[in-house]
Each structure stands twice: as structure tokens, then as C-alpha cells.
Design a protein around this ligand. Structure first.
Ligand SMILES: [Zn+2]
Ligand SMILES: [Zn+2]
Length: 301
């Protein structure tokens, strides 16, 4: 029986782990990924070019490791070698540094105001593949979400903490939107979505935003457990984002953790208990109701 796509995805992570243990196979996959991205290098890549790019000096050794990759990870064609999907996934994971580089920094002062208390006391920190933005004014954690370490290092090189935070904002928004739509941002498997009560409503708890209710998405395939502020459910609904813009509320321009309508504690009210329901006030004239299944309806005056 052929493996399902989900098995292929789950295997890719295990494959990346296994491959990371062999420097020559890692070098070959990295070289193919680089060749794919470089218009100057032929792709599929001929044997000799690939051996040069991979930097494996001993030809027999290179041929042996390349042979081991052909089949599951690499396809051999008349023109040369190219990555198959599991090989590309493993190479991309290795390039993102999920299993290797571990940059860390912070807390470092970052731009903008806190969505809760409006003081300019935001601090970003990064370690163990998690990025956190917290406010040193009201002591709340505004957001905390994973970001691949190799990619974090590349953005830091590119433009420092600001560049990393911009990429983190884009990526996390898209993950939230996928999760709310029932698609796992890690493995593309189906997610079960719901509203959930937050135990412990102390605003300085780990969850941090002081909400009594949050949105949850659970992946049955990979076990990914996503929690997000109720306001961020709106990010999955372009109509709401457009309607808010008509009301002069820009949900897109600033990082999501600085937008009171998306994460602000005073904006969310639990308006139903069985089933759970929450209402987000965008402004005096516009409210959005989020149902237990994370469906969204608006009311405007
Ligand atoms: Zn604050
Ligand atoms: Zn998943």
C-alpha cells in the first residue's frame, strides 16, 4: 500500500533527523536545494556539477552517498539529479536549521506600543526556536510562537531584530489563518477548531493576554496544538479585514501583537457559555461574534 501524504510529511521530519547525521548526504541535499534556487546552475544537476557543489572530494564516496539518496529523496533523470518532494522537505528543514543552528537573544527592546497598556515597552526574545514579545510596562506576554532557528539567523543577518519580527509577523498570521480554516500549518493535515475557556485569567499567566476565552486548533495527524487570541480568528476572514478597513481600522499594517482589535484584553467578551461564544469589539460601531466552531459574523451600526 502506498504511503499517504500525511505519512510522507511525518516521515520527512524523521528523514531530516536521520540525514542530519551524515554530513555527505546533507551536503548533497543542500547542493541540490541551492542548484534549484540558482538560475546559473543546471537543474536537474549533472553528476560532476553536483559533486563539485557538494564538496565531496572522493568520487567513490560521493557516488555511494548519492546512490543512497536516489529513490526516496532524489530522482535520477537523463539530465542529472533533482530533489523529490520528501528530499526537498528534508533539505528545506535542514536549511531552516530546525535541527542544527540555535541562535538566541533578548529580551531586546523592540518598536511599537503594547496593545494592552499602550506603553512603548515591548521586548522581543528568542531561544529554543520560540520567539516571545512581552510588554515590560504591564508585564504581559503579547505573543509566543515558534520560528525555525536557521531562518531566524538568516533574517537577523539580513536586517536585525526588526527584519526577524516582520517575518515572524507574516508567518504567524498565516499560520493562525490556516489553523482557523482547519488546515495544519505544520503538516497540512486536518485540524479540529473550537473556542475554549482559559484556566486562570490572571493577565500575567503564561497565556498572558488576560482573555477568558481563546481559539484552539488541534491537528490529529501531527499533534500540533495551536492557541490564539480570539481577535486573531478575524485574520482568517478577508471580508472582516476589508470591512474593518472601511471603518478605518487597519488590522494589517502593524504587527498583530500591537493591534488592540486582534489581541487587546478589553476587546473580547464572552457572550455565550453553552455553546461558548465570544464577541470582539473592533470599534464603537462594529463588533464581530466568534462561534464555538470559529465561525465569524459581524454587526455594524
Ligand atoms: Zn503593556
Ligand atoms: Zn499537523
Amino acid at each position: 500500500m502506498p504511503a499517504s501524504d500525511d505519512d510522507t510529511d511525518a516521515d520527512a521530519a524523521a528523514d531530516a533527523f536521520a540525514l542530519a547525521g551524515n554530513e555527505h548526504r546533507v551536503a548533497i541535499l543542500r547542493a541540490l536545494l541551492a542548484a534549484h534556487a540558482d538560475p546559473e546552475t543546471p537543474y536537474p544537476t549533472p553528476f560532476a556539477v553536483l559533486r563539485d557543489r557538494a564538496g565531496v572530494d572522493v568520487s567513490a564516496q560521493f557516488a555511494y552517498h548519492l546512490d543512497a539518496l536516489v529513490g526516496p529523496f532524489v530522482a535520477r533523470t537523463d539530465d542529472g539529479y533533482r530533489l523529490r518532494y520528501p528530499g526537498w522537505k528534508a533539505a528545506a528543514a535542514l536549511a531552516a536549521g530546525t535541527y542544527t543552528d540555535q541562535p538566541a537573544f533578548g529580551p531586546t527592546r523592540s518598536r511599537g506600543e503594547c496593545a494592552h497598556c499602550r506603553t512603548a515597552a515591548l521586548h522581543a526574545s528568542y531561544g529554543d526556536a520560540w520567539l516571545t514579545v512581552a510588554c515590560h510596562g504591564c508585564e504581559r506576554v503579547l505573543t509566543r510562537y515558534p520560528f525555525p532557528p536557521g531562518a531566524a539567523a538568516a533574517h537577523l543577518d539580513d536586517g536585525g531584530v526588526d527584519a526577524l519580527l516582520a517575518a515572524f509577523d507574516d508567518r504567524t498570521r498565516s499560520h493562525f489563518a490556516l489553523g482557523v480554516d482547519g488546515v495544519c500549518p505544520e503538516c497540512a493535515g486536518p485540524m479540529r477548531t473550537r473556542l475554549a475557556r482559559v484556566e486562570g485569567e490572571n493577565p500575567t499567566d503564561t497565556r498572558g493576554d488576560g482573555h477568558a476565552v481563546q481559539a484552539v486548533a488541534d491537528c490529529e495527524t501531527c499533534g500540533n496544538h495551536l492557541t490564539l487570541p480570539v481577535g486573531c480568528v478575524l485574520l482568517a476572514d478577508p471580508r472582516t479585514v476589508a470591512l474593518a478597513a472601511d471603518h478605518g481600522i487597519d488590522l494589517v499594517e502593524r504587527p498583530y501583537w500591537q493591534v488592540p482589535q486582534l489581541v487587546g484584553d478589553a476587546r473580547v467578551e464572552r457572550t455565550g457559555t453553552d455553546p461558548l461564544e465570544a464577541t470582539v469589539s473592533l470599534d464603537a460601531d462594529m463588533t464581530v461574534t466568534v462561534t464555538a466552531d470559529l465561525d465569524v459574523t459581524h454587526t455594524t451600526d
